[in-house]
Design a protein around this ligand. Structure first.
Ligand code: PLP
Length: 280
């Protein structure tokens, strides 16, 4: 594991952040997580594109251009010597006397990076989702540090014996706490469109491209939660989760609303009378 903070290599477990750091005090910053396969950062240009969009959305002047990020990431990765790894890159609005207003322009963004080895995934058994209300804000497309609703949703899912959350907003199935959500129905792939209420996942974008290349029909649409019983298969995608099959969706909390979707084989979801009765 290697850490980097504003030009210095550091131990990520040791203190380097000022108390009056805006990421620390306000969550005033953004981040990216990039997977490294065989020593190469995967889909790095897409991650950098999203990073620049996130910075622009919260009005932080980017300390680097795209080529600058590429060089910096490669430098830290080379220093780590890791081949199979995750790269966490965070940029905050800097350190300043605590004030909601943005600090004066001479406050520089703080740049943190952690490179951590990750184990390659072997064969996985399908997982479970816990359906929950999406309590996040209205600008989920920004990859901000403010993840409190996400971490509580994921912990709630974990406590109920599930692997991830299935977040529902206005009756529609949106995404998971740290992954995008996909359905297969009648040979078609279905995932939510990239509006302000989902994080435009890099893995999502890659799967869309693969599907189009393979001629698999794709529909970008949010399904009402009542249509869960009509899908043939479910999976989630994310940089570290990769593509993860789901065979069970639990309702909130601990009550099974639908059982077994074995692998990707077309299979009707069985639904109990309580399915999707919740108001959200
Ligand atoms: N949705 C949310 C809320 C996320 O936090 C993430 C990643 O952390 C994703 C989806 C998946 O995005 P990506 O494929 O870029 O990792």
């Amino acid at each position: 594991v290697i850490g980097y903070y504003n030009g210095q290599y550091v131990n990520p477990a040791e203190a380097v952040i000022a108390i009056e750091e805006r990421g620390h005090e306000f969550g005033d910053g953004i981040y990216e997580v990039i997977r490294v396969y065989g020593g190469h950062p995967f889909l790095l240009n897409w991650h950098i594109e999203r990073l620049l969009n996130s910075l622009e959305a919260i009005r932080i002047a980017s300390p680097y251009d795209a080529a600058g990020y590429e060089g910096l990431i490669q430098e830290v990765l080379d220093k780590s010597g890791e081949q199979e790894a995750s790269i966490y890159l965070q940029i905050t609005r800097g350190s300043a006397v605590r004030n909601h207003l943005f600090p004066e322009q001479d406050t520089l963004p703080n740049v943190s990076i952690v490179v951590r080895p990750v184990a390659q995934k072997g064969e996985q058994t399908p997982g479970k989702l816990l359906m929950q209300p999406d309590e996040r804000w209205a600008n989920v497309y920004i990859k901000t540090l403010n993840l409190l609703p996400n971490i509580v949703a994921k912990q709630t899912a974990h406590d109920a014996g599930a692997d991830e959350a299935l977040l529902v907003r206005d009756g529609l199935m949106i995404e998971s706490a740290s992954s995008n959500l996909w359905f297969v129905r009648n040979g078609e792939l279905i995932t939510a469109p990239t509006d302000r209420y989902i994080l435009p996942g890099i893995t999502r974008r890659y799967v869309l491209e693969l599907a189009r290349g393979l001629g698999i029909p794709v529909r970008e649409e949010k399904l009402p939660k009542e249509q869960l019983s009509s899908v043939d298969a479910i999976f989630i995608t994310g940089t570290l989760a990769e593509i993860f099959a789901i065979d069970t969706v639990l309702s909130h909390p601990n009550i099974p609303i639908s059982a077994s979707l074995p692998d990707f084989a077309p299979h009707p979801v069985t639904v109990t009378p309580d399915t999707c009765k919740t108001e959200w």
